[in-house]
Design a protein around this ligand. Sequence first.
Ligand code: COA
Length: 161
Amino acid sequence: MKIALYPGTFDPITYGHLDVLDRASRLFDRIIITVARNSSKSPLFSSEERVDLINEVTKDVKSEAELVVKTFEGLIVDFATQENARAIIRGLRAISDFEYEMQMALVNRKLTGIATVFLMPHEKFTYLNSSIVRELASLNGDISHFVPPEVEKRIKAKLKK
Ligand code: COA
């Protein structure tokens, strides 16, 4: 069984992430969407809330692969070994992503030999990230083009508190 991790902060998951997931699901049998717990970022949603949201928005997605959502702490390569993953999936949106992604991929490969598979999301998502979504939502901007309705609903509820 070909297993891959798709790690990230997912604060929140966007249509861009779902696009990468769709492409990855044609290459692997099982994809573990891996929510980083110890991010240097201070997330709007707790890791449990992010897992819950990802489960919610992926439950009706038609996927050739089995999709599983988990959280992790520590080194991504250790989690990959623990889960028998043969690859790490990362989305590459623009050249500006490349330097950081290359560094991570090479360090991870040096540590355990694991491969990183880069997938390009649809062009219409190349400018998208989760910070922009959070900022737009906090200023009452329309985020419906960028995130599924359930995410929109929960982000608005969260910001109201
Ligand atoms: N569509 C839309 N947005 C996307 C995207 C896509 N396809 N792919 C990435 N993004 C956005 C994310 O929303 C995020 O936006 P934000 O910065 O506004 O929150 C941004 O791009 C960064 O992406 P993300 O995928 O969440 O990566 P990250 O840099 O936050 O997380 C980890 C990277 C968690 C995978 C990495 O730090 C890690 O592996 N950490 C564990 C510790 C470790 O092993 N360290 C050694 C690594 S060499």
